[in-house]
Each structure stands twice: as structure tokens, then as C-alpha cells.
Write a new protein. Structure first.
Length: 688
């Protein structure tokens, strides 16, 4: 390392449970490499292929480096550069005009392009609250799973990911860990080498399933039935922890009765797996300790997704697995962190102004809604940051029609000219993680992290926070919170509560990351943050909401049992989980990653392929009543007969037909949690 090289501590901003600690090497003001911090236990000196090449993204020639104003029809992607003052004045004027009629006609649209608490919902949220804009219900990823977990456990709490190393049984449920949770996988592998047994529960044989001892390859959307069948077998062999059940759970008698209606043979028929395999998994759960479940979000993107999570979340309490730090379940660790959301977002700035919530998963329908007393005013302006709804939201046909509305005023804060940016009236150049300050929690481990800027902003790029600060000034918002610096905002994120015991901003800043001190086994002695203080197999709150008080077995909206006529026309069920080298729609435009994954593909079972005259490598078209999506077929027995796997999420404009897989998905929502149903979708496939 020469004299001009420095190393800066940073944090990976991406929507990934691993939240890696990064070391950024900077030479002469240019970021030249990004490494994983070897001292941060979950990161362990390793990064995924995507972020290992991060400098390629930051230094990319296609970065948007100046404000751009549209100079062609919406969607044409024709823009001209304008000075910041011109862009911000025009945006403030237009927002002020719309707000004078009704501020609810303005909608922020954002998700987790960065998970940073400062560049996410801090200055932006303050701005929109003060304006009185509509609020966005951020459901697109995990709302159903959260709703399910919250009903049973009371919060997004769970095992410490580092404790899986001591587990003797690990069930990887609805998670392609090697793709989407690599650092958990590395821990699971160490456990495996020490003798742990690994199961994978997933509709297709992904890389992770390949490396587990057993793979239960169920039909998508049937996980609740599987969970009940496991309970059935555990009851049958009396492999339950009666003491834990009596002291720390609610509703066992009712749960038991429901489980007895699901003999493994019944579930086997629905799930499409051998009953003997369900019994084998139940036996392992009942006889191996400590037993741990790494639940991820794959099973909750269907109509009954929240209830699937509810049913699965009952298992560790039945087994008494929570007694051991290496037993229990982990879906999300978010609830372990105390984040002062009020300080970050200042909801009080809204004052007496009305609000409404718009579900981001039905943005297509929302943009096309003409407005009425029930919906409220038509959406006349949308400000997008940290998200790419044109690519990632379901039913892109309707999203496209909505974004193409001529009178809709759209502002997009971005790094690149994404599919969404093409529909913007103004594109504003945002800084990347290496160019701004932030503070992070994680949803996969238990460390706070700080992200220090490694380099100066490229071109004229500004942090999201600064863009909203400048817009606020133009709107005349003079409250002191609009002039706080990013560091001042970050310092307020860490709530002064017992969950953050021993952690303060100054210390965190000095060290780069700090682990929460919370208990290794959060429910060893019960203490569930539910209304009853117990693990709630039955839920009053669910019943009051008009839902089943027990976890319900709910079939997908689109499957042969619920819609036989539709299934006759579109006989293949489609899931669209992430491709390994992209992260949602981020990284699709990175050349070296494209080399490994040059185009979108669709996995098809050999029997389904043969019946349609489709050869491996052929171009095919998947379609249903909502749209048509061309891509490359991969014929393989890694998927089930009757089920296709379309890897997501490509940029439409970098795809063969100018559309991506969300052309086929629908906007119906999970019954609990109001989340999207990306993996609840029937299609037909033909050669092109
Ligand atoms: N490389 C990479 N990493 C990522 C992402 C990415 O796009 N690329 N995305 C990030 C984000 S935003 C998230 S939310 C997570 C997502 O990662 P996960 O939470 O793991 O969720 P998915 O990738 O949607 O699905 C995981 C697995 O569940 C399976 N699955 C689908 N339907 C069902 C079902 O009904 N039952 C069961 N048991 N399994 C099912 C899928 O086949 C897939 O293999 O990963 C994050 N990490
Ligand atoms: N069919 C199908 N669709 C899916 C999924 C699926 O599995 N299948 N997964 C769903 C899931 S789990 C999720 S979480 C959503 C994800 O949806 P999104 O959160 O929209 O994720 P990305 O597609 O990664 O888009 C994030 C955008 O934010 C931008 N960005 C990053 N950092 C910053 C920043 O600091 N400032 C600004 N202004 N912009 C920034 C990036 O350039 C990128 O274009 O997609 C969902 N869509
Ligand atoms: S594994 Fe996840 S957190 Fe780690 S560098 Fe990759 S995307 Fe970021
Ligand atoms: Mo997600």
C-alpha cells in the first residue's frame, strides 16, 4: 500500500440479511477495491460476488452524474442535463402547486435500494410528512412474513445467526442461502462439518438444496400444511416439550386438534412430496437438539404466506428448541435493534394534516386510480428513491400504464437510468454508499454498523438526504430538523433503550460496528412480546381481524385446486426468485456480473419441456392473461413437473422482449400482512 492509499470503514447498503462490514481501499481519491472486514464475525472477510466488484458499479460510465430533465415522451429515455437549481426549482414549484390542491396527491415511493437509516427514511420522511403527502405502505418484501411472525412471537426476534454454528439440526426453509444469505450459509457449513444435519425445504433444487443432506421439494404455497403434518407426527410420537408448552405457550389444545387433521399422508398429497419424507423430517426435529430453523422470505410470497410463517413459527416452541441459543428460529433480527423511528422521520411534522396509506405492492392500480372518496385524490406526483418499481412491482403492465400517464409528475433519485427513471420528468443524481455517510442495523445479524464516505461524490451527485434538505428549503420548511447534518441524523437513530445497551454513536463511529448485548437465547425463559406474553399458537388479534385464530392452511390464488379453469389454460405454476448475481433489479447492468448471467432464464422440467417441444437453451415465451415474457429456457429436473422458475429481476430494457417477469405476476395481496404474491402465479410456456 503506497502513501496515497487509505482504507475506509463502510457497510454494505444492500437489501440483504448479511449487512457486511466493508473495507474500501481508496487511491488518489478513487475507490479501487472493496473487501469484507475479517474482524467482523458475520462478514468474516468475505463478500458476495456482487459487492466484491462494487467499484465497478460506483465508477460505472453509465452513472447519472447531473440532474436530467425529460425531453421526449415518457418512457422514451430522452433527457437533457440541467443545473441543480433549475431542477430543484421546477420540482418545488410543481409539488407546491399540487399540494395547494391536495398534498395527498403526492406519493413518495421508496424501498431498500439502500438500507441505510439516513439515506433511507429520514430527511425524505420528514419532507413528506411536513408536506402532508400520502404515506407509502412498504409491503413489497416481507410484510406477510412479519405479520405472521409478529402474531406468534410478538416481534421480529429470533436466534443469533452466529449461534447456528452450534446447531445439530438446521432446517433451511424458503431460503436459497447461497444466493441470498451467503454468510449464514458459511456458518451452516461449519455446523455441517461439525456433524449437523441440514434440510432444505424449497420447490426447486437450488445450489443450497444441493449441499444439504435432505431436500423436501414441496409445491409452492403449501408450507402451512407441511408444518401441521410435522406437528402431527411429533404429537404421534410424543416428541414435544410439554413443560415448555405449558409454561410459555397459548392455545396448544386448539393447535393440537388442528394438527391432528393433517396426517403426513394428507399433507403429502397437497405438498407433492412423499409422506415418508415428512415423517423423516419430523423425526429429526423431534430427536436432534439443538434444532434450528432458518426461515426466509421465499414461502410468504403467496396468498397464505403469513399463515405459513405462523404455522412454522409454532414449531420451535412445541419442541422447546428455544431453550438453547443454537435452537429456535430466525426469520429477521430487526426487532433486536432499538431504532428511534420518530426521531428519524418526525411524523409529528404532519400536524393536523390528513394522511392515507398507499400499498406499494399495488402501485400499478394506485397510479391508474382516478380518485374517489374511498381512495382519496388521484396520484398526481410520485417521488421515487431507493427503488425501481417499473421493474420490481407486480403486474408491470399496469405499472407501465400508470407511469406513462402524461399528467403524472415523476421525480426519480437514482444512480442509473433504470426502467423507472425512463418515465421520470426529472432524474436526480444520487450518491452511492461509497460517497455518503450512513448508519445501519441488520435484519440477519445483531450488529450496528457505520458507513463512512470513502470518496467525494462523483460528478454532481448528492446524497438523498441532501436532495430532500434542498427541496425542503425551497418549499420554505424552516423547522430545525431540516438543517441537521447526516451525522446528526445518524446519532439520533440509535434509540436510548435497553436493546442498545452499551452502544453509543461515538463508540460505534470509532469502531465501525458494535454487537448488541441482548440475550443469546431470547425465549429460553419465554417472555414473548405478545399480548399474553406467551408464544401464541392461537391469536385473539388474528380473530379480531376476522382471520382464523390458528394458523390457516390457505391455498394460492392461482392453482389447480382454487382455479381449475385458469389452470387448464395456464397449467404451470411459476415462482421468480432472485438470480445469484443480481440483487432485485440492482447489478443487472454490471458487465462482469452479466458475464456470469447474461440474460434472463426460465427453468422448466424435462417432461414439461418435451410436451411443448422445448429444447434446453431455446427461446421461449411465458404468458398468461396479464402479459407475455420472452426468455431463455433451461430444461432441468431441478424443478418439479408443472412448475417453472423464472429468475429475477431483470431490467426490462436489458431483456429480450423489453419486459421482465413481473409482466406475468398479479397485484392480489396476502390475506394477512397485505404483501405481494410474486410466487402465486400460473402461466403457460411456448417456444418462440
Ligand atoms: N443474490 C441475491 N441476494 C439477495 C437478493 C437478490 O435478489 N439476489 N434479494 C435480497 C432480498 S430483497 C430478499 S427479500 C432476500 C430474498 O431471499 P429469501 O428470503 O431467501 O427469499 P427468496 O429468494 O424469495 O426465496 C428463497 C427460496 O424460497 C423458495 N420458495 C419459493 N416459494 C416457496 C414456497 O412456497 N415455499 C418454500 N418453502 N419455499 C419457496 C424459492 O425457490 C427460493 O429458493 O434476499 C436478499 N438477498
Ligand atoms: N417477480 C419478483 N419480483 C420481485 C421479487 C421477486 O422475488 N420476484 N422480489 C421483491 C423483493 S423481495 C423486493 S425487496 C423488491 C425490491 O425492490 P427495490 O427495493 O426497488 O430494489 P432494487 O430493484 O434493487 O432497486 C433499488 C434501486 O435503488 C437504487 N439505489 C440504491 N442506493 C441508492 C441511494 O442511495 N439513493 C438512491 N436515490 N437510489 C439508490 C438502485 O440504483 C436501484 O435502482 O423487489 C420485489 N420484486
Ligand atoms: S452478502 Fe449481502 S451484505 Fe454482504 S456484500 Fe453481498 S449483498 Fe452486501
Ligand atoms: Mo426483499
Amino acid at each position: 500500500m503506497d502513501a496515497t492509499t487509505t482504507v475506509v470503514r463502510a457497510a454494505c447498503p444492500h437489501d440483504c440479511p448479511d449487512t457486511c462490514a466493508l473495507l474500501v481501499e481508496v487511491r488518489d481519491g478513487v475507490a479501487v477495491s472493496v473487501r469484507g472486514d475479517p474482524d467482523h464475525a458475520p462478514t468474516d472477510g468475505v463478500l458476495c460476488a456482487k459487492v466484491a466488484r462494487y467499484t465497478e458499479r460506483v465508477n460505472h460510465p453509465d452513472r447519472v452524474l447531473q440532474p436530467l430533465r425529460r425531453c421526449g415522451p415518457k418512457g422514451s429515455g430522452r433527457f437533457e442535463p440541467v443545473p441543480w437549481d433549475v431542477a430543484l426549482d421546477a420540482i418545488a414549484t410543481r409539488l407546491r402547486d399540487i399540494a395547494a390542491r391536495d398534498p395527498l396527491a403526492i406519493l413518495p415511493y421508496s424501498y431498500a435500494g439502500t438500507m441505510g437509516l439516513v439515506q433511507g427514511e429520514s430527511m425524505a420522511a420528514r419532507f413528506f410528512h411536513r408536506l402532508g403527502a400520502s404515506e407509502l405502505d412498504r409491503t413489497i418484501c416481507s410484510a406477510a412474513g412479519f405479520a405472521g411472525l409478529e402474531l406468534v412471537l410478538g416481534a421480529a426476534l429470533g436466534m443469533d445467526v452466529e449461534a447456528f454454528e452450534q446447531s445439530r439440526l438446521i432446517v433451511i426453509w424458503g431460503s436459497n442461502s447461497i444466493t441470498s444469505n451467503l454468510h449464514f450459509w458459511r456458518i451452516a457449513q461449519r455446523a455441517k462439518r461439525a456433524g449437523a444435519r441440514l434440510w432444505c425445504i424449497d420447490p426447486w433444487r437450488n445450489d443450497t438444496a444441493d449441499k444439504c443432506h435432505d431436500h423436501l421439494q414441496l409445491r409452492p404455497g403449501t408450507d402451512a400444511a407441511l408444518a401441521y403434518a410435522l406437528m402431527h407426527a411429533l404429537i404421534e410420537h410424543d416428541q414435544l416439550d410439554h413443560d415448555y408448552i405449558a409454561r410459555h405457550t397459548l392455545g396448544f389444545a386448539a393447535l393440537r386438534e388442528r394438527a391432528l387433521a393433517w396426517p403426513p399422508e394428507r399433507a403429502a398429497a397437497l405438498c407433492g412430496v412423499p409422506a415418508a419424507q415428512i415423517r423423516a423430517l419430523a423425526w429429526d426435529l423431534g430427536s436432534i437438539q439443538p434444532a434450528a430453523i432458518r426461515l426466509n422470505y421465499g414461502m410468504q410470497r403467496v396468498r397464505g404466506g403469513a399463515d405459513a410463517v405462523r404455522a412454522i413459527a409454532c414449531l420451535p416452541a412445541l419442541l422447546g428448541a428455544w431453550r438453547h441459543p443454537a435452537g429456535g428460529l430466525l426469520l429477521s433480527s430487526s426487532g433486536h435493534f432499538g431504532v428511534d423511528v420518530d426521531a428519524l422521520e418526525r411524523p409529528s411534522l404532519r400536524g393536523p394534516l390528513a394522511t392515507r396509506r398507499v400499498n406499494m405492492s399495488t402501485i400499478g392500480a394506485a397510479l391508474l386510480h382516478p380518485g374517489d372518496p374511498a381512495f382519496g385524490p388521484r396520484i398526481d406526483a410520485m417521488v421515487v428513491y431507493n427503488s425501481n418499481p417499473m421493474a420490481v412491482a407486480p403486474d408491470s403492465g399496469s405499472v407501465q400504464r400508470g407511469l406513462a400517464r402524461d399528467e403524472l409528475f415523476t421525480v426519480v433519485l437514482e444512480h442509473f437510468r433504470t426502467d423507472t427513471a425512463d418515465y421520470a420528468d426529472y432524474i436526480l443524481p444520487a450518491t452511492t454508499q461509497l460517497e455518503h455517510f450512513d448508519v445501519h442495523k441488520s435484519y440477519g445479524h445483531r450488529y450496528w454498523l457505520v458507513n463512512n464516505p470513502a470518496i467525494a461524490p462523483r460528478g454532481e451527485a448528492l446524497p438523498n438526504s441532501e436532495i430532500f434538505r434542498r427541496l425542503a428549503a425551497r418549499m420554505g420548511f424552516s423547522e430545525p430538523c431540516f438543517s441537521e447534518s447526516d451525522e446528526e441524523i445518524a446519532a439520533q437513530a440509535i434509540a436510548d433503550d435497553q436493546r442498545n445497551a452499551g452502544i453509543d454513536f461515538a463508540g460505534l463511529r470509532a469502531q465501525g460496528w458494535r454487537k448488541l448485548a441482548g440475550p443469546a437465547a431470547p425465549f429460553a425463559e419465554g417472555g414473548f412480546p405478545t399480548p399474553s406474553g406467551r408464544c401464541e399458537f392461537t391469536s385473539e388479534r388474528a380473530a379480531e381481524a376476522g382471520h382464523d385464530s390458528l394458523p390457516a392452511v390457505i391455498l394460492p390464488y392461482e392453482c389447480a385446486e382454487t382455479q381449475p379453469d385458469l389452470a387448464a389454460r395456464y397449467p404451470l405454476s411459476m415462482i421468480s426468485p432472485p438470480a445469484r448475481n443480481v440483487l432485485n433489479s440492482t447489478f443487472v447492468n454490471i458487465a462482469t456480473l452479466q458475464a456470469g448471467e447474461p440474460e434472463p432464464t426460465l427453468l422448466l422440467h424435462p417432461l414439461d419441456a418435451a410436451a411443448r417441444g422445448i429444447a434446453d437453451g431455446a427461446m421461449v415465451r411465458s404468458f398468461n392473461d396479464r402479459g407475455s415474457y420472452p426468455c431463455r429456457a433451461r430444461v432441468s429436473d431441478r424443478t418439479r413437473q408443472g412448475q417453472v422458475v423464472a429468475f429475477g429481476v431483470w431490467w426490462r430494457k436489458l431483456s429480450p422482449g423489453g419486459v421482465n417477469v413481473n409482466e406475468l405476476t398479479h397485484q392480489r395481496l396476502t390475506e394477512l400482512g397485505a404483501g405481494p404474491c410474486f410466487y402465486d402465479c400460473l402461466v403457460e410456456v411456448t417456444p418462440v
